[in-house]
Design a protein around this ligand. Sequence first.
Ligand SMILES: N[C@@H]1[C@@H](O)[C@H](O)[C@@H](COP(=O)(O)O)O[C@@H]1O
Length: 265
Amino acid sequence: MKILIRPDAASARTVAAHVLKRQIVKKPASVLGLATGRTMEAIYKLLVTEHRESNLDFSSVTTFNLDEYIGLDAANEQSYHYYMQEHLFSKVNVSPNSTHVPNGAASDVDAEAKNYEAAIARAGGIDLQLLGLGQNGHIGFNEPLSSLNCRTRAITLAQTTLEQNAEMFGGNPDSVPSRAITMGTATILESHMALMVVTGPAKAQIAAQMIEGPVTAAVPGSALQYHPSCLVILDEDAASALALREAIDWQMKHDPELMALMDCL
Ligand SMILES: N[C@@H]1[C@@H](O)[C@H](O)[C@@H](COP(=O)(O)O)O[C@@H]1O
């Protein structure tokens, strides 16, 4: 796991957008794993700007989103389908046939999850998986105690997740759908590269557990410690509870990839 700490959320997001851009330029037919949540909104905005001002070309890109609420169809403004259209897909030249978000309105969610997993395999797997971190340590919607070996499936959301995401549902946790389809932790671990972005003081404790704590189903994000190529970008607020700060700073000053990324700003 490589750790990159930036002074503020804006520069953390700028580096993340640069890594995504680097991937698309290096391999125009990249398969990208995409995430939702507040952290990602500004990252997508930066990619849209790159597309508009520097012709970043999404025409050969394929995307697979991590998750979707069960019961919300693509037209629902609170769905992740809608979020992705709003923040990225409608604003870049990605082909609509090449974007994938689990269908939360499917009549058979188990079959939908299985087909989604198969579609990722057919696409040749994910080149770069973008990830946020839930305040309870979830990645995608793999909630605490999910098997670290799980695949794409339907899951019941944790109470803490309903509370954390209530803001997008008029502030009421009871209005948040209680189930979702999520890419599995094992599926995420198979991506060629994982890119996690964590910002803000509310994520400091869980970020430290994920990065420095034991690998445990209690903190699904900790499974990324097993990922052979995982970059975690944090701002100073999210990094404030890290104990191994000296070692991390040393890496940032000496690892050629991290040094190059810091120069991209
Ligand atoms: N399913 C998504 C996660 O994939 C995301 O990581 C998390 C963090 O969201 P935020 O960036 O809003 O803190 O939100 C949702 O729960």
